[in-house]
Design a protein around this ligand. Structure first.
Ligand code: MN
Length: 362
């Protein structure tokens, strides 16, 4: 079977799943970044081709809802590049994991993370394999029966490439692995500090197999994906709020790749904020804007909440400890706008300040 055909038929396979069926899921991390997406697709395809899994339905699951998936614009770019429709993929809300676990003989490969998020802890007893490239986090203990491969490399796709090494997978699958390793290692640039010897080894093997000229491709493929990553023109106001989100209790802090000043001028901003706040029970939304122009960093901030008391508490913290100035002209009843005097202050500094507020109360 070819890789694209496999992906195209995945949804049909789901309809064939009956109680008692052997099912193996390959699941990436919750941010569903590029290497999680491609790693899970390629590994699931590889397993499908193995005799060991001939009676098992093997599927990759994108660890995001279908509605939120397009927020990952670089994922969409790569799917487009290889003519893979977003509709082919299986998302977190495409299947019912609890039912599947109860009714089927379900096993799981956990890819690109090795600590299960709270709402997926129930999967733990089904996990038979972990493949990750992050430093080991011992808060999650894995039994000896679980096959673990955790190595510090630039991309999870490097580990997947080495797993499937001796088997022929389709050319497109290999091309995608190469694209992602190239992106994650910033084009294999030593000075970017991401690339590890194993990334380079794997890349060289792939370049040979695929007759790729490294001189042109290492830089070009990185830049193509990076351009796609920065292009947010097709995202809706609501999708932008989800794109890069941090959460402290009921306080939601979306980071934007544009200034908040411009963002809050969008015509649908009030509806989008109200819906976002409703859908997530977010009582306070602090929008952090960022624009880099010719190496010059500019930041600003907008605050949205219906809670008057909390608005006052947070505003005074922002003014005294986060070096912002309120601009009444650009503020409305619901959305307060602030310029930020110190562009070195980012969410890294803001999050601890928010945590130190009486969030129980907020
Ligand atoms: Mn990763």
């Amino acid at each position: 079977m070819k890789f694209l055909e496999y992906l195209r038929l995945m949804k049909e396979k789901i309809t064939l799943i009956k109680p008692g069926q052997l099912v193996h899921l390959v699941i990436g991390n919750e941010s569903c970044d590029l290497d999680s997406m491609v790693s899970s697709m390629v590994l699931a395809f590889h397993y499908t081709c193995l005799e060991k899994y001939q009676n098992t339905i093997v599927l990759p699951m994108m660890n995001k809802t279908e509605q939120l998936f397009p927020v990952k614009v670089e994922n969409i770019y790569l799917l487009d590049k290889y003519n893979i429709s977003m509709d082919f993929l299986i998302y977190r809300d495409t299947i019912n994991l609890e039912t599947m676990q109860q009714e089927c003989k379900m096993t799981v490969s956990l890819i690109d993370h090795h600590v299960l998020p709270e709402d997926l802890k129930f999967l733990k007893r089904s996990v038979v394999e972990v493949i990750d490239h992050r430093p080991v986090d011992t808060t999650e203990e894995w039994s000896d029966n679980v096959h673990i491969d955790i190595q510090l490399v630039g991309s999870c796709c490097t580990l997947i490439s080495s797993h499937i090494n001796n088997h022929s997978v389709s050319q497109i699958a290999l091309e995608m692995l190469y694209d992602v390793i190239t992106y994650d290692t910033i084009g294999y640039r030593e000075d970017a500090g991401k690339v590890k010897p194993m990334d380079l080894q794997v890349a060289e093997v792939l370049e040979k197999k695929l007759s790729i000229d490294p001189v042109v491709n290492r830089l070009q493929r990185f830049e193509d994906i990076n351009d796609a990553h920065r292009n947010i023109s097709m995202l809706t106001t609501e999708q932008l709020l989800y794109k890069d989100l941090k959460i402290v209790g009921k306080i939601y802090v979306p980071g934007l790749p544009m200034l908040a000043q411009r963002f809050i001028q969008r015509t649908d901003i009030t509806e989008a904020l109200a819906k976002f706040s409703r859908d997530n029970s977010a009582e306070v939304i602090i929008i952090m804007g960022l624009e880099v122009d010719d190496g010059h960093v500019c930041r600003d901030l907008a605050l949205y909440t219906k809670m008057q008391e909390e608005a006052v508490t947070i505003e005074s913290m922002l003014v005294t400890r986060f070096e912002v100035n309120k601009i009444p002209d650009k503020s409305t009843d619901d959305i307060k706008y602030y310029t930020q005097n110190n562009p070195k202050l980012s969410r890294k500094q803001l999050i601890p300040l928010l945590k130190s507020l009486d969030v129980e109360h907020v």
